[in-house]
Design a binder for this molecule. Structure first.
Ligand code: DON
Length: 310
């Protein structure tokens, strides 16, 4: 029987002295974060939690949120509608690239890059009882299994400096991927990125994808099971942006990063795993997080193509 707590502690020690990376200072508020934070968690598909490090540290989920709103709109609006606006191909470009939108298909390559995620946020609709912002917050709260909120400071910090995302949103409007609600869509996307979690919240979200759309703690069916494989395939091919190929080759599990230093991985039917450490590389991935998840994957033989767990 593997002692997961010990394994996580060991990995924490092993990555402790890895240097390099920077805070995501293009969102000024993220420059105030303690760069030495580190936390890691595993949640099994049955809902057991193992964790290590700064498990109380709160962080904004940033781009790790993107697959969760994607799966939500897929459930709500169906594949035909969603993918008439956003593609399913890796872009090979940085997460905030605008160039392929302008030059190639005139729609975002996939839902994991900023252009695609802004288009996906735009698809979230009011429910009968609450507005779309609350619909989005309720979704993440259900995924975590507790009430979450978004960080107002980080939200405003991004909103007030988001010239590039604003340019992307206007281009999306120009190509009729989104409508006239440009600022509202951006606000919703920035609030989504500013949802505040701890490491176990993120691991529970990942475990919901591992558990066929059922949150392992609350047992609530959050996503239709037939949309989970689609979501995981896009996380696998596009979640790590312009290093998705390297990641697939060397780690072999679907994973998604965020510029706060959050990163999660999914082992279908087995685990949701999450790591947080705020210093990121040039691709927007946590430097320690990448190494920690890679080490966990090697130690537990998680690579989906090794077939050892099945
Ligand atoms: O749109 C942005 O730039 C951020 N709110 C999220 C980007 C992000 O997390 C990229 N991932 N590594």
């Amino acid at each position: 029987m593997i002692n997961y707590n010990n394994l996580l502690k060991q990995i924490e020690q092993n990555v402790k002295n890895i240097n390099g990376g920077n805070l995501a200072s293009y969102i000024p508020e993220l420059n105030n974060v303690d760069p030495n934070l580190f936390a890691m968690a595993i949640v099994t598909a049955e809902g057991e939690l193992y964790q290590t490090g700064h498990t109380d540290a709160l962080f904004t989920i940033q781009s790790t949120s993107k697959p969760f709103t994607y799966a939500y709109v897929l459930d709500q609006l169906g594949e035909k509608h969603v993918h008439s606006k956003v593609g399913v191909e890796p872009s090979g470009e940085a997460f905030n690239s605008i160039i392929e939108l302008e030059k190639k298909t005139h729609r975002p390559f996939n839902p994991m890059i900023n252009s695609g995620a802004i288009a996906i946020a735009n698809m979230i609709q009011d429910s009968e009882s609450v507005g779309r912002t609350q619909v989005m917050i309720d979704l993440f709260s259900q995924l975590a299994g507790r009430d979450l909120t978004f960080d107002q400071q980080v939200f405003l910090s991004e909103k007030n400096t988001a010239h590039r995302n604003r340019a992307i949103a206007h281009l999306l409007r120009h190509f009729e991927v989104i409508g006239d609600d440009i600022e509202e869509s951006l606000d919703l996307y920035f609030k989504q990125c500013s949802i505040t979690t701890n490491i176990s919240d993120l691991a529970f979200m990942a475990a919901t994808l591992a558990n066929n759309g059922i949150q392992p703690k609350t047992k609530k069916q959050i996503y239709q099971s037939n949309n989970i494989a689609k979501t995981l395939s896009l996380i696998f091919t596009c979640g790590m942006y312009d290093t998705a190929g390297t990641w697939a080759y060397s780690v072999g599990i679907p994973a998604k990063s965020g510029v706060s230093g959050a990163i999660f991985g999914v082992i279908p039917a087995k685990f949701g795993i999450a790591c947080y450490s705020p210093l990121i590389d040039d691709h927007g991935h946590s430097v320690k997080g990448v190494q920690a998840i890679k080490e966990l994957s090697l130690k537990l033989n998680l690579n989906l193509f090794t077939n050892n767990l099945r």
